[in-house]
Structure formats: C-alpha cells, structure tokens
Design a protein around this ligand. Sequence first.
Ligand SMILES: Cc1cc2nc3c(=O)[nH]c(=O)nc-3n(C[C@H](O)[C@H](O)[C@H](O)COP(=O)(O)O)c2cc1C
Ligand SMILES: Nc1ncnc2c1ncn2[C@@H]1O[C@H](COP(=O)(O)OP(=O)(O)O)[C@@H](O)[C@H]1O
Length: 312
Amino acid sequence: MKEHKGAHAFNSSHHTVVTIGTFDGVHVGHQKIIEKLVNTAKAGNLESAILTFFPHPRMVLQKDAGIKLINTIQERKEILARSGVDHIIIHPFTQQFSRLSAREFVRDILVHKLRAKKVIIGYDHRFGRNRTADIEDLREFGREYGFDVEEISKQDVEEVAVSSTKIRNALLEGHVEKANRYLSYPFSLAGTVVKGKGLGKEFEYPTANLHIEEEYKLIPKNGVYVVRAEIDGEQHFGMMNIGTNPTVGGTEKTIETHFLDLEKDLYGKYISIELLTRIRDEKKFDSVESLKRAMKQDEAFSRQYIKDNYVQ
Ligand SMILES: Cc1cc2nc3c(=O)[nH]c(=O)nc-3n(C[C@H](O)[C@H](O)[C@H](O)COP(=O)(O)O)c2cc1C
Ligand SMILES: Nc1ncnc2c1ncn2[C@@H]1O[C@H](COP(=O)(O)OP(=O)(O)O)[C@@H](O)[C@H]1O
C-alpha cells in the first residue's frame, strides 16, 4: 500500500477505483466495503484507492474538540495497510478544502488527481461546499467526466454507522470484548512510556505510564484490563489500570500497565497495547494494603484468562 499525504501528492499513472470516507475503526462493516473496492479494482484492471480526511471534518468545521475516534491516524493507516488496498490518500481537511464546490472536488481531485474511473460511495453521501451535492449529482458528473458510480446500499451504510456507534459505546462502557468482535482485531492504546508517581515499587508492581499524544483518541471506561503488547519484538501480557488512582489521592487520569514476568526499563519507549478483557472497576480502597490485595487478585485473574484464551 502506498500512502499519499493529500490528493496533490498522488502520482500513479494508473486509473483508479476510489472510495471516500473516514473509516474510523476500519471495522467489519468498513472491511466489507474495502473488499468490494479491492475486488472491483482487480476485475476492472484498476488500482484501488481510499480517500480519507484528516483531521476529521467535524474537528475542523464544528471545532468539535470533543470528538473521539477509535483509531489515531497512524493506527488507521496500519490497519488499512493490511486490507490489500493499493493507495491511501490522507487529504488534509481544511476550511479551504471545505469550500471547494462539488464540481471542483470531482474535477480537480477525483478526475485529475486520482484518475478515477469508478467511485464507490454510500447512497446518502453528500459532498462539496455545504454538502450540497448527492449521489445523483455524482452520477451526472460521472457521465461528463467519464467515471462510473457504484452505490453502497442503505443496508450496508447503516451497518457501518451502527457498528461505529456500537464500538464507541462498548468501549465507553468497558465492554472491550464486544468492541473487539466488531473490529475483528483488538482495540489498542499507543503512546510513550513516561514517569509516573514513582509508587510502583511500593506496590511491587511497577507500571509503565502511557502518554497518548492524540487528544482525539477514545479512551475506554476507567477500570482494570488484561492487555497484550509487543515489546522489542516479543509478546508480553499484562494488566492495565485506566483511572485516577483514588486510593493514593490521585486526580489526573493515567493509563498504566504492569507487564507480567518482565523486568525492563521501558521509559521513552513507544508501545501499542491491546485491550483484551475488563476485570473490574477502579476503586478507592481504604488502604494501600487492600489495593495491593486487589492487584494480587487482578494478577491471578489475568494469568487464568491468558492461560484459557492464549496459551495452547
Ligand atoms: C492492575 C492494577 C489495578 C489497579 N487498581 C487500582 C484501583 O482499583 N484503585 C486505585 O486507586 N488504583 C489502582 N491502581 C493504581 C495504583 O494506585 C498505581 O499503580 C500506583 O498508584 C502506582 O502509580 P505510579 O506507577 O504512577 O507510581 C491499579 C494499578 C494496577 C496496575
Ligand atoms: N514488568 C514491568 N511492567 C511495567 N514496567 C516495568 C516493568 N518492569 C520494569 N518496569 C519499569 O518500571 C517503570 C515503572 O516503575 P514505577 O516504580 O511504577 O514508576 P513510575 O511511577 O514512573 O511509573 C516502568 O516505566 C518501566 O520502565
């Protein structure tokens, strides 16, 4: 897969079949559309291309700072790379871009830059300044500029929307296994390991504190999770706490992981951690001793879960 930082950087001499969308999560519904894209490309001797926007249009147009996404742009790229698509174009969604007329968008981006011969698009997709144009307008442009339009049915579009909402809600409610089923891969949190409060030694459980740079990344419900990560090329399981550490008087939200059977300096490392299941809520214990006992139980639960689900 080739990545292009905007339609203007696209330089393939082949004709393409293009689909347009945010693809947050790249979940099972998205995967169905991508499969259609890839098969259409093969059948028509075209190259497949996904045109996606970043930042998310809602971040730019509604200054919606609160919007949370399942994937960071980096994660979206990595998951799409596994889907067999030839090109991903990450077009910067700016105020200026949003003011392009429908004709300018079609002519300058789809036809001239991306050399589209086919566009696969949701039945209700709207585009151009103020989202004035619809799929019928796109078909009309297609006749003028020489490309076909293939419609994604109402049923498939709804499946995509329902899945995205279900995944976001499942994560916010702590149901990671449900989210992972819709995603068909484990939801993950990625960031750099930073210094914490320095209490890990007191707990006999050193914890790697994850700093996530992307403030738009959705963080699942506070609580304790069984997790897995690759560290220096090796798989490690662990237990993660998302929360404010109320027992030790914490107020800021932290994401910290104790990796089982590992002793390693992780400061400064960039780690992507998969969430596998949720153990319990984060609690304010009346003593550090009680918290330690709870963490011992979390460890026992985690070891059993890993044995039951991941070890042959
Ligand atoms: C598996 C696990 C479960 C935890 N559960 C709780 C909890 O229920 N309540 C709480 O206040 N802190 C909880 N913590 C956080 C501890 O308070 C935290 O690890 C400790 O404050 C050390 O912080 P530090 O790494 O920033 O020094 C948990 C941590 C882990 C690793
Ligand atoms: N098994 C392990 N799991 C997590 N971190 C570990 C582990 N072994 C060693 N470490 C190191 O210990 C650090 C955490 O120690 P800790 O005493 O909890 O301090 P902090 O408050 O900075 O998190 C981690 O950032 C990592 O570098």
